[in-house]
Design a protein around this ligand. Sequence first.
Ligand SMILES: *Cc1c(COP(=O)(O)O)cnc(C)c1O
Length: 380
Amino acid sequence: MMPADLTDSGAFGATLTIDLDALVSNWRLLGERAGTEAGTEAGAVVKADAYGIGIEPAVTALDKAGCRSFFVAHVSEAIRARKVAPDATIYVLNGLLPGAAETFAAHGLSPVLGSHEELLEWASFRQTGAQVRPAALHVDTAMNRLGLWPGEGLNLARERSGVIAAAGIGLVMSHFASSEDEADPANARQIAAFAEIAAALPDVPASLKNSSGHFLKGCPSYQLTRPGYALYGGNPTPGKPNPMRPVVGLEATIIQTREVEDGTQVGYNGRWTAKGRRRLATICLGYADGYPRNGSWTDSATGGSAMIGDVPCPFVGSVSMDLIIIDVTGAPQDAAKRGASVRLIGGPLDLETVGAGAKTIGYEILTNLGRRYHRRYIGG
Ligand SMILES: *Cc1c(COP(=O)(O)O)cnc(C)c1O
């Protein structure tokens, strides 16, 4: 066992703090928004190791709080979730791969079926008398990624005794392509296309909202929602204040500091040149910990920063595999010395800011959170 308290964690060089109470409180907040009182249930998307925070602790905490429906991408993830949530419904978004039905049955998993072939394969597996849970039907209303065309879905829905009945469909769903952008006209088109499908299957519970969907005006909640990013503290309303509680904090330790003269080149291939005398510090994490190399400030590109107190300290030179060099010239000397702690995620360094510093999105920062950090779980 790794020691759980902060005094010991100094030895690990980088500590990821995961607040499971905040996770549960975010799930409750989204449920309230979706209308749990009116009978809508908030599910939880826990694919990609629960967006990097750890699938077992996340599912355990949410299951205990009353979450009944989980979504993952892969069967391997579903099997891990099943171990800690023996009774929940676990949907596998990537659907039914050829010959995989036995595995779904063995673990009581629900495939999200997105093509005629998948429907037929699942239906014929059910006809053998196999004990399975209800499956979901995925209709693609914009992404051109997975799911039946809306027209195809409508045709099948209208053949009452057809393949939809034979496949034992217990949920019909679609996924937004740009719900974080309220102004995108694609949202209204998707809402309308999905409404037609849901109306054609009046006895089947429906699900449309991802995180940002909860904040879209004019979007019905149906019976089940599928938030992911916002559960983990990501902002579902980019550009507006974040209604969610932060779940993830990341701190790293300074290994050594040095002063460099004007014109000194720093890091691999000398991609950053000091302008004037600078004080630098080297900290205990790098791209092998999921910290993107694209977050480096170079002579020609902007990048991300760490914080010491409220002083931003830019990543200078190339982010290396295990180390990042930061410019601590603006920070007080005694707060920027060997053994001192530097913040990488948390406070003003929210997921969106960190993502933007690395020319990516908060989702990618979360799902790449390193496997060798000292992980400290609180609450739950
Ligand atoms: C990942 C995913 C979600 C969750 O989306 P967020 O934007 O993270 O809330 C919901 N539904 C489907 C089909 C997904 O693939």
